[in-house]
Design a protein around this ligand. Sequence first.
Ligand SMILES: NC(=O)c1ccc[n+]([C@@H]2O[C@H](COP(=O)([O-])OP(=O)(O)OC[C@H]3O[C@@H](n4cnc5c(N)ncnc54)[C@H](O)[C@@H]3O)[C@@H](O)[C@H]2O)c1
Length: 372
Amino acid sequence: MAKQSEKPAKKLKIGIIGTGGIANAHLKSYLRLAEAGHVEIVGGSDIVPGKARKFFDNAGLTHVKAFDNNKDLLALELDGVSICTYNTTHAECTIAALEAGAHVLCEKPMSVTLDDAILMYRKSQETGKILTIGFQPRYDPNMDLVRDIVRSGVLGDVYYIQTGGGRRRGIPGGTFIRKELSGVGALADIGCYSLDMVLSAIGYPKPLTVSAFACDHFGKNPKYCGEAEHFTVDDFSVALIRLEGNIALDFRMSWAMHMDKMGDTMFFGTDAGLKIKPAGVGTPWGGAWDGTIGPITMYNDIEGQLCETNIPLRRPSDDRFYSKVKAFCDAITTGDTAPIPIIESIYNQAIVDGIYRSSQLGREVEIVLPTL
Ligand SMILES: NC(=O)c1ccc[n+]([C@@H]2O[C@H](COP(=O)([O-])OP(=O)(O)OC[C@H]3O[C@@H](n4cnc5c(N)ncnc54)[C@H](O)[C@@H]3O)[C@@H](O)[C@H]2O)c1
């Protein structure tokens, strides 16, 4: 309990840019923090006229300011801003918010291209403001469990990782399938999560090269996609990525396929292997690794006997999405660094960018990163 002489902590002034689908999850989390007296939701904006107003009114927040442009919102001297726009506008909105002096929680994927990710990073460095990307699976205790197992050294040297997943039927619609809005399809939508899981477990080594293949057979077919005429992104991609430290990363992702799954996530080590099944297998959207961890098994030898150990899962103590928003607010309040180091999100984006370029060119490409 706060002592009477202690001043209550200043409430953070929060704004939301882009009031579409995922903005609801941000709002819900900020409302929880507002109830606890930590934040005040000051305003929001959307380029669709009237959309931000409707968004807040629907939530009963008629007093919250709503704008049809970001400039007026950012003039409110906000402490923190959630960027919830579609992927192709993440960079411009993030940069504008940082320039206005706000800390930024930007939705995943970081951007569409590596170049944009670098611009976002440089702006956060220049302004000294936090920039963090919204990978809520990071706040799943079982993601920590995977990382703890891998980092404990029990696997020995990890030399090969397989990750990704695939929905049997799970093509989204709206802004997700139009290249001019999302930039990339299944690869960046859910692929960035599985990349984040395995790369954070091994300490995010630098990506070096990518050889990838992508296609769009289901998205372009009206039999499988209700908005086939608008479908201009990938619905399937596979890639072999070389990582610093002599590690091969085998990545697979799809929104639709005639198969139950594209494999589990697996770490091959010199002393043991780890298999992580995705949660939710068996539903039409199952088989995907959308960020939720299923059963974990370790494979090793004990006294020459081949052993398999099922590792019990940890029980989540809170909602992952709320935890990600809270971590952002806590970092602003305490003056801490970004909850997810931005370099990690840049490496994630560099791989997405590399997969996209390689599949377009039909050959292996190098990942060239400037000094950061
Ligand atoms: N973390 C998660 O679980 C999760 C889930 C779904 C979506 N997402 C991510 O969130 C982002 C948005 O997805 P969504 O489903 O909410 O999309 P959406 O299309 O429903 O909403 C995006 C909104 O942003 C607005 N917008 C676009 N450009 C803008 C700009 N320059 N200024 C202001 N508003 C702008 C659009 O008008 C729209 O209302 C995407 O990057 C997506 O990958 C994350």
